[in-house]
Design a protein around this ligand. Structure first.
Ligand SMILES: [Zn+2]
Length: 215
């Protein structure tokens, strides 16, 4: 049986909507929060404050109101925004290195996982029973709400995957040019592509053309 989701991984159990191929859909096809975050690097280009907020909004880590507030942070507190952006970038690189090692059937290095631990360390708090309508739920209450918290769920999701026994569900897309990771939650565990729209269909079309040419 699947354990209940940890409060620091709020979006990991959400179904991934099928979307057409776009930077937005690419940031959701990994199937897990940390995998989606690691995949942002494969899109290329500069990782900006706006990119980070857009991702956090897309994954429902922040509300549209919070996103609008944070958008102004580089002007009101440039050093705080810069520190968080650099931490996010280190976390992203750390996840890519660790996931890369896992799909090669290697053990991730200490140095690769350290930025993940760095974020996990700030997430002190406790569980508490909270009444939600007619039932009680266990909710995680943070000791303090610093900016580092914005990365906590991503780090926790990455830690869950790295610590998973066997690591059999994490894969790299079968298209060697793609560079995206995904978490195979399919029943048969035979998913090969980051998505059919992005890589699977292209492969099918190419294979079809090859068959036609050889006839
Ligand atoms: Zn792909």
């Amino acid at each position: 049986m699947r354990p209940p989701p940890h409060p620091l991984s709020p979006d990991d159990s959400l179904p991934i909507p099928a979307l057409p191929d776009s930077p937005t859909s690419v940031s959701l096809i990994g199937g897990r929060l940390s995998v989606n975050f690691a995949n942002l690097a494969a899109l290329g280009g500069h990782f900006s404050w706006e990119n980070l907020l857009h991702f956090l909004l897309l994954c429902r880590i922040i509300s549209p109101e919070r996103s609008a507030q944070l958008l102004a942070l580089p002007r009101s507190d440039p050093s705080a925004a810069d520190a968080l952006l650099r931490k996010a970038d280190r976390l992203r690189a750390s996840l890519r290195e660790s996931f890369g090692a896992i799909v090669r059937r290697e053990i991730p290095h200490h140095a690769s996982v350290e930025p993940i631990n760095e974020v996990l360390r700030v997430t002190e708090g406790h569980d508490e029973l909270v009444q939600e309508q007619a039932k009680w739920q266990i909710e995680f209450i943070a000791r303090e709400g610093g900016l580092d918290w914005l990365l906590a769920a991503i780090a926790r999701s990455g830690a869950d995957i790295i610590a998973e026994v066997g690591n059999a569900r994490l894969r790299a897309c079968a298209n060697p040019q793609c560079g995206l990771f995904f978490y195979d939650a399919s029943r048969t565990h035979r998913r090969r592509w980051c998505s059919m729209a992005r890589c699977g269909n292209r492969h099918k079309v190419a294979a079809f053309a090859r068959r036609r040419a050889s006839q």
